[in-house]
Design a protein around this ligand. Structure first.
Ligand code: NAD
Length: 420
């Protein structure tokens, strides 16, 4: 194969459209040759931006899969419960596949996807974008160089953020398990995958606690109404979860019209956002939604070699970078996903390493540059037919997903779960 890699976008929503910016910025490396999405607006945003002819703008992934293979790769960016069927169908057709995370909402489904891509012999990458950041690669390099000796334990915090939780996991697409997947899989499969990657050995056992503690009807402030539009608490500006605060005061009024504001409406203006707050799902009171996913969860892991790890996922922080402390036999790392503070026990010295993550607001700078790192690596892997550029392939991803499923079983049953 050669550059530019010809790609088809399956699901041109937030993520699918986002990846296409890579092709727009690097037409010599990647080209979007077709798009499938039932929503006219989403389909045509990508179609128009990439001069895709009408006959290559499809309503569903099935329409694409009916045709013989006509591109090098598909980017499958549909919702969580719509990953398995297209992944298996496109593998059978011989397409190389970039699949959004989570692979699928059940372990059986994930196994079927992995079996299909292996049988077809296609390249396969799951969008575990954190593996592709300069920051993660620096951490890996430090560990591999022996800078902290052997890892004994890790402490990891995933601060989802109070407004991000309200947006995505209370009002939004991932609020309800039956409609998408459970919180640990939907949000923190990234973190579990990252911890497995950094530990670089298998996880043997996990146990977990967690609940939907706060975003429940009985926690609704007295006198609040079920929509922000006519809620005294929102109008008085004393609710941190108010849709007016999250979408208007904290963002649009300050000139920020991208995610998450653009999830509310196709064309962002003050009027359309107000209309969405008045009538749409994102204007519902954060205590009066049909959400059931947890807002806090802790997990303890036991890895091979008696290494341990604890992880906390919580809504109740500011949506800043993940924070991690890695404790080794000769030193330690304390990091906020950007600056790495490296301590050396022998010399008693601290070195601060700035991994230089600059969020320029560009769509691909998301996840500390991991979004761009991922699509760039996948493109290279396909063009050069070399799976070594893929850091999140089928086996690694299946292994970390199985840890996630085991942790969730533990949370529900109160058990310690062995990973098989
Ligand atoms: N890698 C990450 O860090 C990350 C971050 C956020 C979301 N995600 C994952 O990415 C995926 C997509 O999320 P999103 O926020 O872009 O969702 P989205 O709802 O914005 O986009 C999904 C798109 O799929 C389209 N679609 C539905 N049925 C289809 C069909 N039959 N054929 C083709 N398209 C169809 C929808 O119309 C929609 O436009 C989800 O699995 C989500 O969990 C990953």
């Amino acid at each position: 194969m050669a550059y530019p890699v010809k790609m088809i976008v399956i699901g041109a929503g937030s993520r699918g459209e986002g990846y296409t910016h890579y092709a727009a910025q690097h037409p010599d490396l990647a080209q979007i040759v077709a798009v499938a999405d039932p929503l006219d607006f989403q389909r045509n945003v990508v179609g128009d931006a990439h001069n895709i002819p009408e006959e290559r703008r499809f309503r569903t992934w099935e329409d694409v899969a009916k045709l013989p293979k006509f591109a090098d790769a598909v980017l499958i960016c549909t919702q969580d419960n719509l990953h398995e069927a297209p992944a298996i169908a496109f593998a059978k057709l011989g397409y190389n596949i970039l699949l959004e995370k989570p692979m699928a909402p059940s372990a059986e489904s994930c196994r079927r996807i992995v079996a299909a891509v292996k049988e077809a012999g296609v390249l396969f990458a799951v969008c575990h974008v954190l593996r592709y950041t300069a920051y993660t690669q620096k951490v890996k390099q430090l560990i591999q160089s022996g800078a902290i000796g052997e890892i004994v334990s890790i402490q990891h915090l995933e601060p989802v953020g109070y407004w991000h939780q309200a947006h995505s996991f209370v009002r939004g697409n991932w609020r309800n398990e039956a409609e998408s997947s459970f919180m640990l899989l939907a949000k923190s499969c990234h973190d579990v995958d990252w911890l497995r990657y950094v530990m670089d050995c298998s996880c043997k056992r996990v146990h977990s606690f967690g609940s939907l503690n706060f975003f429940r009807k009985e926690k609704q402030p007295k006198g609040a109404s079920d929509r922000c539009w006519d809620c005294p608490s929102c109008i008085e500006k004393d609710c941190p979860y108010s849709a007016f605060k999250i979408y208007l005061r904290d963002r649009l009024d300050k000139g920020h019209s991208q995610w998450p504001v653009d999830v509310l409406t196709d064309k962002v203006t003050r009027e359309t956002v107000l209309e969405a707050i008045k009538n749409g799902p994102y204007g519902r009171c954060a205590f009066a939604c049909d959400n059931d996913v947890v807002d806090n969860q802790v997990i303890n892991f036991e890895f091979e070699g008696n290494r341990t790890c604890s992880m906390t996922m919580t809504a109740f922080d500011q949506h800043t970078g993940r924070r991690t402390r890695i404790f080794g036999t000769r030193g330690s790392i304390d990091t906020d996903s950007e600056i790495i503070h490296l301590y050396n026990f022998e010399t008693n010295t601290m070195t601060d390493i700035d991994t230089n993550i600059k969020n320029d607001g560009g769509i691909l700078s998301g996840h500390g540059g991991g979004d761009e790192g991922l699509i760039a690596s996948f493109t290279k892997a396909v063009a050069e037919n070399n799976k070594d550029y893929i850091l999140s392939g089928p086996d690694d991803t299946l292994e970390s997903h199985l840890i996630v499923f085991a942790a969730e079983r533990s949370r529900r049953a109160g058990t310690i779960e062995e990973i098989k």
